[in-house]
Design a protein around this ligand. Structure first.
Ligand code: G3P
Length: 219
C-alpha cells in the first residue's frame, strides 16, 4: 500500500520524503488555509518536494470552472492530480479531465455508490473519508472494504485512497481491507514510526557500548 502525506506543510513533506516513506501528497483548501501564506507558492513547493502524485483541489463548484482550474493546477507539474468534490459537477469535470489524460482524485466520498460513480467517471483515485464516517457513528472501514470488493468485481482502474485518517490503526486496517493508498497527516506518520521499545532498546545498546569503551580506556 502506498503512503501519501495529507498536509500543506512543505517542511513535513520534505522531512518524511527524505526518509523515503512518502509516495505522494494530498492537500485540501482547509489544510492550505491552516498553513497561512500564499497557497499557490505552497502548492508549487509541494509539487517539487516529491516525485509521486500530489493532489491539488479545485475550489470552483461548476464543472466548466473546475475543468479550467484543474488545467491551471496541472501547470504546477506533471505529478499533479486534480482533486474534485463528489458532486454532479465534480463527476462531469472528472470525466472531461480524465478523457484528456489528466488524472483526477474524487474527494469527499462517503458511500459505496458514490465511489462506484466516481470510478465510472474515470477517476484515478477515489477518496473515502473514513474518520468523518467514524465520527458520524458509521463504519468508515466498512466503506473501504465495500469499495475494494466492487472495484475488484469489475476490474475498475480507480485506486482506493483512504482519507480522513486519524490514527495508525486506521492505516493498518486500510492495508488489510485492500486500499491502494492511505493518506496520513504528519502526526500520524510520526506515531507510525515510533515504538517505546525501539527507544529503550537503542538507549541500552548505546549505554552498553559506552560502558565497554570506558572499561577498555580504563585498562
Ligand atoms: O484528505 C482529506 C482529509 O484531509 C480530511 O481529513 O481529518 O479533516 O477529516 P479530516
Amino acid at each position: 500500500m502506498k503512503i501519501f502525506l495529507d498536509t500543506a506543510d512543505v517542511k513535513a513533506v520534505r522531512r518524511f520524503a527524505g526518509m523515503g516513506v512518502v509516495d505522494g501528497v494530498t492537500t485540501n483548501p482547509t489544510l492550505l488555509a491552516r498553513e497561512g501564506g500564499d497557497p499557490e507558492a505552497a502548492m508549487a513547493e509541494m509539487v517539487g518536494a516529491v516525485a509521486g502524485d500530489v493532489s491539488l483541489e479545485v475550489v470552483s463548484t461548476d464543472s466548466a470552472s473546475m475543468i479550467e482550474e484543474g488545467k491551471k493546477l496541472r501547470r504546477h507539474g506533471g505529478n499533479v492530480v486534480v482533486k474534485v468534490p463528489m458532486t454532479s459537477d465534480g463527476l462531469r469535470a472528472c470525466s472531461a479531465l480524465s478523457s484528456e489524460e489528466i488524472p483526477v482524485n474524487v474527494t469527499l466520498v462517503f458511500s459505496a455508490n458514490q465511489a462506484l460513480l466516481a470510478a465510472k467517471a474515470g477517476a484515478a483515485y477515489v477518496s473515502p473519508f473514513i474518520g468523518r464516517l467514524d465520527d458520524a457513528g458509521q463504519d468508515g472501514m466498512g466503506l473501504v472494504r465495500d469499495m475494494a470488493e466492487i472495484f475488484e468485481n469489475y476490474e475498475m482502474g480507480a485506486e482506493i485512497l483512504v482519507a480522513s485518517v486519524r490514527h495508525p490503526v486506521h492505516v493498518l486496517e486500510a492495508a488489510k481491507a485492500g486500499a491502494d493508498v492511505a493518506t496520513v497527516p504528519p502526526a500520524v506518520l510520526e506515531k507510525m514510526l515510533r515504538h517505546p521499545l525501539t527507544d529503550i532498546g537503542l538507549a541500552a545498546f548505546l549505554a552498553d557500548w559506552e560502558a565497554a569503551r570506558a572499561a577498555r580506556a580504563g585498562k
